[in-house]
Design a binder for this molecule. Structure first.
Ligand code: FAD
Length: 467
């Protein structure tokens, strides 16, 4: 556990007052506090003083109003799968667990939209939608909550075709730090009325408001889906092939890169028998005819980059197994190093710089002794390195942070970003300044000051200095 100096611990009177607001759903049980002290990153945990579980917008409003008046920090908590220390309650206070708000409020097939409470998990939503022939497309792999996904501006394997949370959140209900309830956006495909508060709150990482309801855009389940796998002699040719495919205009639904180490890990953990080489995984969506044509075009393009063993399948069980394995790549790497933690980086560059960016990351990481592997949503120019460290040696985490920061600086200099989808959290504050510039960060800080003047919402995230 990390020791914090400006920590807020609730008094007994404050615990009782909050309990009264949420019908007793407040806990100070050790294991509940522990499970809300960290996310899936290697960031050292910090215990909240209490975990509060509201089950309506009205309850969130009264808890925030009380905490604002009392100066109690509040960190919204979804599934806790974020990767930059986002949910670590750095100053104690309360962790506001939104998973009890898990009702699907309205499905409107004719409008291709759904209205959900913030704690609905992605997989549960898609299970429900499948009986309507619909799906919600954003797929970060982890079974995150929709609120957490909106708050981090999540993306994933299908973003190349269907967009990220930024494109797929149409409207929301959110509660400001002082308890004021606002509604943003409309249930329309287009809107041009005033400032776009929906997109301001998407990606705000719980620092500006707590989201309680979301209206999300849906798609029809495609008539046919097929997956394909192809190997490359080296990383550079795999990445170059992905770039060429995107440029060709083929309507790929997914295009993921995994390096040799990821494939070796997955073969061991998932019982697969993939050729152990840099690999691209694809998915095609459409009519049976269009899927076949797209797969043929991709096969022709990858041959130009010495892609071999092109294999494709429209068999549903195999297709699901392949993508489930891809989603488990993070855990497969950890399983290969028992007792260790993983730092998952997240860079994105313009497509033309993708091969240079992956090459730069490889050059820097290979000069150190930490085990690492690469994977990514390469069709979006977005890739990750997973770097293994020993949590019992805090200096390792610090050194890895320095190493990754140096790569990030190179990537920013290439016109890229320090994060394509994971967000800033507590880990990339310096990189945000480097990327956006002090003036832009000052504008962000002014917005924070206007909406959360007492600085209670997820403090010490996104910005370095105290306001
Ligand atoms: C194996 C693995 C793979 C991953 N792959 C991807 C990927 O491909 N793409 C991607 O984008 N991410 C990925 N992630 C990261 C993570 O899944 C996403 O960031 C996800 O959106 C977090 O959702 P959550 O419900 O777990 O949120 P949490 O981790 O609980 O919270 C994340 C942030 O959102 C805030 N928050 C949560 N709920 C609310 C709310 N209702 N209102 C306001 N703020 C809120 C929190 O305070 C915190 O700052 C991956 C993670 C893992 C472990």
């Amino acid at each position: 556990m990390r020791v914090v100096t400006n920590r807020v611990d609730l008094t007994q009177a404050q615990v009782w007052a909050i309990a009264h607001l949420v019908d007793g759903r407040i806990s100070q049980n050790d294991s509940v506090l522990e499970s809300h002290s960290h996310d899936e990153s290697a960031f050292p945990p910090v215990l909240p003083s209490a975990v509060v579980s509201p089950n309506s917008t009205a309850e969130v409003s009264s808890v925030l109003s009380y905490c604002n008046a009392e100066g109690i920090p509040v960190v919204a908590f979804g599934a806790g799968t974020s990767l930059e220390g986002h949910v670590v309650p750095s100053r104690g206070g309360i962790s506001l667990d939104l998973t009890s708000m898990n009702r699907i409020l309205e499905i409107r097939p004719d409008d291709l939209l759904v209205r959900v409470e913030t704690g609905v998990a992605r997989k549960a939503l898609n299970e429900k939608l499948s009986s309507y022939g619909l799906f919600f497309s954003v797929d970060p792999g982890a079974d995150a909550t929709l609120g957490g996904m909106a708050a981090t501006g999540a993306a994933g394997t299908t973003t190349v075709r269907y967009g990220s949370m930024r494109e797929n959140v149409m409207a929301m209900t959110a509660v400001l730090a002082d308890g004021t309830v606002i509604r943003t956006g409309r249930e329309t495909r287009k809107q041009s009325a005033g400032f776009d508060l929906t997109r301001l709150l998407v990606g705000s990482e719980g620092t500006l408001a707590v989201i309680t309801e979301l209206t999300l855009r849906l798609f029809g389940i495609p008539e046919k889906m097929a997956a394909a796998v192809v190997c490359f002699p080296d990383l550079a040719r795999g990445v170059a092939a992905a770039t060429a495919i995107v440029r060709s205009g083929v309507a790929i639904a997914r295009c993921e890169f995994l390096d040799k180490k990821c494939i070796t890990n997955l073969n061991k953990l998932e019982g697969l028998s993939l050729a152990e080489a840099p690999t691209l995984l694809f998915e095609f969506h459409g009519s049976p005819q269009s899927v076949k044509e797209d797969a043929n075009t991709v096969q022709e393009i990858v041959a130009d980059f010495d892609g071999t063993d092109f294999e494709w399948t429209a068999e549903e069980g195999q297709r699901r197994k392949l993508w489930q394995a891809r989603h488990n790549a993070h855990y497969a790497a950890l399983a290969m190093h028992p007792g260790k933690k993983g730092v998952s980086t997240d860079w994105a560059v313009p497509l033309s710089r993708l091969a240079d960016a992956v090459g730069a990351a490889e050059r820097v990481l290979s000069a150190h002794s930490y085990p690492y592997s690469f994977l990514g949503h390469v069709a979006d120019g977005n890739f990750h390195a997973q770097i293994i460290n020993d949590p019992s040696k805090p200096n390792e985490l610090n050194e890895i942070r320095e190493i990754t920061h140096s790569i990030t600086s190179e990537i920013i200099a290439m016109g890229g970003t320090c994060t394509g989808e994971h967000g800033i959290g507590g880990g990339k504050m310096e990189s945000l300044v480097e990327e956006a510039g002090r003036e832009s960060v000052e504008v962000m800080r002014a917005i924070k000051r206007a909406l959360d003047p007492n600085y209670i919402l997820n403090p010490d995230k996104i910005f370095t200095e105290k306001i």
